[in-house]
Design a protein around this ligand. Sequence first.
Ligand SMILES: [Ca+2]
Ligand SMILES: [Ca+2]
Ligand SMILES: [Zn+2]
Ligand SMILES: [Zn+2]
Length: 424
Amino acid sequence: MTTKGEKDYIPKKLGLAQGERGNEVDRLQAYLGKFGYLESPVLDEFGVRSPITSPPSAEKGVFDDATVLALKKFQDFNHLPVTGTLDQATLSLMGQPRCGFPDVAEFTNTGRRWPTTNLTYGFQEFSPDLPNNQVIQGIEQALSLWSAVTTLRFTRIAVSSNPHMIIRFAAGDHGDGNNFDGAGGVLAHAYYPPVPPNPPEPIQGDAHFDEAETWTITIPPAGGSFDLVTVAAHEFGHSLGLGHSTVTNALMAPFYGGPHRFLHSDDISGIQAIYGGYGIAHAMWVHGTSIQIEYPDRIEWMQRFGFFTRIRGKANTTNWFHFAIPTPVIVDNDRKEVGPVILRFRTGSANAVVRDVHVFDGEARIAAHNGVNLSGDHFFERFGVAHSPPVLWGLGITIGVTFGGGTGDQRNMDFIAAGCDLRP
Ligand SMILES: [Ca+2]
Ligand SMILES: [Ca+2]
Ligand SMILES: [Zn+2]
Ligand SMILES: [Zn+2]
């Protein structure tokens, strides 16, 4: 197994510049080729070749004009000074963990998309790093980010039933020609959907995770481990048809920068450009005054205002808060299906944090958004339910909150309203 820093495609020589030759140039060209900045087979393997963005071909081992051009494009894509030489900032970034999908794809107008919004996924392998139920939980949370802003729905089926998206955890050579590279470096990759009306090829839509990494769903991840929710949500962006974003804070940016369990507006406009926006058939809301408190003895002070409730948690406590949403279950002989739930809240400071949001139908938990860690103003925050099941008994939302130290005001938490959308 290769360890961090020993990968043959990651350049090492600071100051490498035009005109140089040899092994260090090979490394640089390998990196630029692997991620789509120089002509290489990955462009076809990942389906990102575009007639308008054909990358240059370099002479192997020679830091030629084509290599300079490619390096400048990498620097430009990643908001580094465009020097065309292997400076410190460039060298550092190239050593960072990232997605294995090439960077050149333009996110819209590739024509790649699933012809349906009812998608299926299945596991070919699980990860030995986590119990299977935690892997499933992490994958569901990742998918629910995309279903919160579209009409996409994701149902888990057996891999033998031919799901649209097959999830694999594999190390090294795993049969698709894009070998993983040991711990660090490339964390995962995924394959675009087909261009309709072409039927999908077997690998299209699939997401592969490097088993040489240590995966976790615990926030914050222990040293050296990677957040499966974040990486999976990113990879499913590719499985749905999105390329890499040049917006640094987008989920679809190519480098892993720690847990990122939310979509950026750039991600939302990307996915909605492909699958359309989110249509609401029915919506139900309750005021924040209807909130129920799990542990009243951990509350320092509370007041109900016109339609919201302000709660001040005791310092260094956790609590759970519950909303029961009056939910129509059957209307005109039609059983309703769950869409996203929505919370409207604000916290007095980063000392009051919405940590987890769980969605229940009756006694069954149908979605868990763990470790979302939201503070400040959130006047319309959507939480998806990946598989959009039919409503059986009515929806409830349970919110896990952590109160830290600080002044009383800093531990305030305003629950303004809670709601849910029901699908057409
Ligand atoms: Ca790796
Ligand atoms: Ca592992
Ligand atoms: Zn990616
Ligand atoms: Zn693979």
